[in-house]
Design a protein around this ligand. Structure first.
Ligand code: PMP
Ligand code: GLU
Length: 401
């Protein structure tokens, strides 16, 4: 990526998204005729449900082709309000919902809305690659709380409190978590909420985009605690639950001031998101969870498959993720080893590149998620591809000496 001196400091200090970089490298190898299996980008390998596609076709025929309201069509915002009540037991008003061009834009909007230069944002590691980079763009400072596989990658209330300083403005996390799959229980969230009660100036981004891909329990949102609800910003979207990654449709549910500020920001940057995608989103939420359930069953089967295959690879240590569709195994035992050409594997990014170039499987190094001792594998791929990918991984890792 270019860092030419005439580019802004802002852009020169930004890292490239590792998930998208590894996916691009995988696609480039595939374009040369090499059979690459992609376990890098996290997106369902299913097609968007038919009823959603039909709604988009109808929207075109009905000429939903003009600018939409900046915060989204009122009936889509109402569908989100209804969904939050029906599925999460949460009360919101339409004025608290802002539709965006994907959860990624919502996260970025909220950070730009709340963070002044020097404000601290607490982020548990491992975190989704873009969190810390969005904070950097807003000139905030990321403060990390490290977790490991031994604690199932979850933080305790004590760890949270120890990370808080007078400069802390925001805490952000995902549950189910990308990249670890960890899911916070109601009791665990209550413990964190108790800490936030003591610090009324801290806001909380709760990224719930994987809420339906949860294998242990029903989804719990930290917004359920009334004492802090006004400071919680729920970020969610249609990409994962409805296999709609390319449609670019997400939203926030937040207090009215934050929602209005997000609308103002979108009004000066992107305007309302794609009109056709919004009409399709209404159909997704009105038609319930049947297709989500089918996807979840497939993911549950694949989770067990990949768990067994990873456990069969010497030097790789994994836990059983509770949600999302990723494994985040420990691979530091390979650091310091050499590939067949004598190159030393120094870190997780080197290992991911080695697996791509020698094993022809695309993964993502854990360093970009804030923990270098791991790599991330997405298991949103067919059973056949997963079996072959894990076979290749085992073979390639055995060649490191
Ligand atoms: N949050 C997390 C944790 C994610 O994994 C993703 C996936 N890209 C997003 C947000 C953004 O999703 P989208 O922009 O596709 O709605
Ligand atoms: N959330 C997905 C991932 O983590 C999509 C890629 C991205 O937007 O980073 O792979």
């Amino acid at each position: 990526m270019s860092t030419a001196s005439y580019l802004s400091n802002r852009i020169n200090s930004l890292s490239e998204s590792a998930t998208l970089k590894m996916t691009k490298l995988g696609r480039e190898l595939a374009a040369k005729g090499i059979n690459v299996i992609s376990l890098s980008v996290g997106e369902p390998d299913f097609n968007t449900p038919d009823n959603v596609k039909e709604a988009a076709k109808k929207a075109l025929d009905e000429n939903y082709t003009r600018y939409s309201p900046v915060a989204g069509y009122p009936d889509l915002r109402q569908a989100v309000v209804d969904k939050l009540k029906r599925e999460n037991g949460l009360d919101y008003d339409i004025s608290q919902i802002v539709i965006s061009t994907g959860a990624k834009q919502s996260l970025s909007n909220v950070i730009l809305t709340l963070i002044n230069p020097g404000d601290e944002v607490i982020i548990p590691t491992p975190y989704w690659v873009s969190y810390s980079e969005m904070v950097t763009l807003a000139e905030g400072k990321s403060v990390f709380i490290d977790t490991t596989i031994e604690s199932n990658f979850k933080i305790t209330p004590e760890q949270l409190e120890a990370a808080i300083t007078p400069k802390t403005k925001l805490f952000m996390f995902s549950s189910p978590c990308n990249p670890t799959g960890s899911v916070y229980s109601k009791e665990e969230l209550a413990g964190l909420a108790k800490v936030f009660e003591k610090y009324p100036n801290i806001f909380i981004i709760s990224d719930e985009i994987y809420e339906h891909i949860n294998f242990v329990d029903k989804h719990e949102s930290i917004a359920q605690f009334d004492s802090i609800k006004d400071r919680v910003i729920i970020v969610n979207g249609f990409s994962k639950a409805y296999a709609m990654t390319g449609w670019r449709l997400g939203y926030i549910a937040a207090n009215k001031e934050i929602a209005a500020a997000n609308e103002k920001l979108q009004g000066q940057t992107t305007s309302g998101t794609c009109s056709i995608a919004q009409r399709a989103g209404i159909a997704a939420y009105q038609d319930g969870l049947e297709s989500v359930q089918k996807m979840k069953e497939a993911f549950a089967r694949r989770r067990q498959l990949v768990y067994d295959l990873l456990n069969d690879i010497p030097g790789v240590k994994t836990n059983m993720p509770e949600g999302a569709f990723y494994f985040f195994p420990e691979i530091s035992s390979f650091f310091g080893k050499k590939d067949p050409e004598g190159n030393v594997i120094k870190d997780s990014a080197d290992l991911a590149l080695y697996l791509l170039n020698y094993g022809h499987i695309a993964t993502v190094g854990g360093d970009s998620f804030g923990n270098n001792n791991y790599i991330r594998l997405s298991y949103a791929a067919s059973d056949e591809n997963l079996k072959e990918a894990l076979r290749r991984m085992k073979e390639a890792l055995a060649k490191l000496v």
